[in-house]
Design a protein around this ligand. Structure first.
Ligand code: GLU
Length: 312
């Protein structure tokens, strides 16, 4: 098969804690998608949020990825260095769409009796959108505020490479969304799109918890006149009690597996089985997985992990 050198994949982890098995699953799938097509792969640290600024976690992440055999091309992109690019993108969007200051506090947002958006956040009731223009200007000069993008009553759909067709009416299911938070930090939706465009990413593989963000992101691609990448949202790994695997599940961190003497091949073999790539959890390297990878075999439903499968 001829390598498709056009594919450029990425992972964009938030270094807010030690990498756990769910993060490793996500990284491995994104990497295998790109590498199995002979493509390149970018690593970006989504570190704008204060919780992500502990260098121990960023270093741990790079070490754990390397231990697993997941490599990347070039230097990691660090969002903390990219604020001017976000400011410029915000201006470009503002020249083509309506961005307005929002003074609502978190409590205001929860108190508003709006229905909930598909990802569980309250649907913004448009309080500050309907504010009188003079009042808005006076308040914006002296009061901390977020910046929201006004969305129109339009449905944005796409075909996800794992989940199939997905669509959302932005006005009804999402509402006007934040591009810059009231603490001045640029919002995930904006920075993710600006960075994926800047890195030339053609393929976004990530957890299905972000499926409902994708229509908003597609709108931003359109407003920034950029080509829209392929999207693939994989199922999530759950702890035995049905919660999403998280940093709190200490035994599931890659660091603790390394300490317990578990090999990277054992971890990859187990993740490959969960991803539908192998019948049994036979040890294999990341490279071997890329060699047999078949995206059409990835299941769509979330899966409960059994960490005892990793013990010798
Ligand atoms: N930073 C996000 C996370 O760690 C991922 C964002 C993305 O892949 O678009 O969940």
């Amino acid at each position: 098969m001829k390598a498709d050198t056009q594919v450029r994949g990425r992972i964009a982890p938030s270094p807010s804690g030690y990498m756990h098995l769910g993060n490793a699953f996500s990284a491995l799938l994104a990497w295998a998608f790109a590498r199995s097509a002979g493509g390149s792969f970018v690593l970006r640290l989504e570190d704008l949020d204060e919780r992500c600024q502990n260098p121990v976690y960023a270093k741990g992440l790079l070490d754990d990825l390397s231990w697993l055999g997941i490599d990347w091309d070039g230097e990691p992109v660090v969002q903390a260095n990219r604020v001017p690019a976000y400011e410029e993108a915000l201006e470009r969007i503002a020249s083509r769409a309506e961005i307005y200051p929002c003074f609502c506090s978190r409590a205001d947002l929860h108190a508003a009796s709006a229905p909930h958006a598909s990802d569980g956040t309250p649907l913004y009731a448009g309080t500050c959108y309907s504010m009188d223009a003079d009042e808005r200007e006076t308040r914006a000069a002296g009061q901390r505020h977020a910046l929201r993008l006004h969305v129109s009553d339009e449905t944005i759909g796409f075909v996800d490479a794992i989940q199939g067709p997905y669509e959302q009416n932005l006005a009804r299911e999402c509402g006007d969304f934040v591009l810059r938070r009231s603490d001045g930090v640029f919002a995930y939706q904006l920075v993710c799109v600006v960075d994926d465009i800047a890195s030339g990413v053609t393929q976004v593989v990530r957890g299905s918890d972000l499926l409902s963000s994708t229509p908003r992101q597609i709108l931003l691609y359109e407003l920034l006149d950029a080509s829209i990448p392929e999207f693939a949202h994989h199922p999530l790994l759950l702890a035995a009690d049905g919660r999403r695997l998280s940093k709190r599940d200490g035994d599931s961190t890659i660091a603790s597996m390394r300490e317990r003497g578990i090999t990277p091949e054992t971890v990859i073999g187990y993740l490959a089985q969960l991803a539908g790539q192998a019948e049994e959890a036979e040890p294999m390297s990341a490279r071997e997985l890329a060699g047999i990878f078949d995206a059409s075999k990835i299941p769509t439903r979330d899966m409960t992990v059994d960490l005892s499968c990793l013990e010798a």
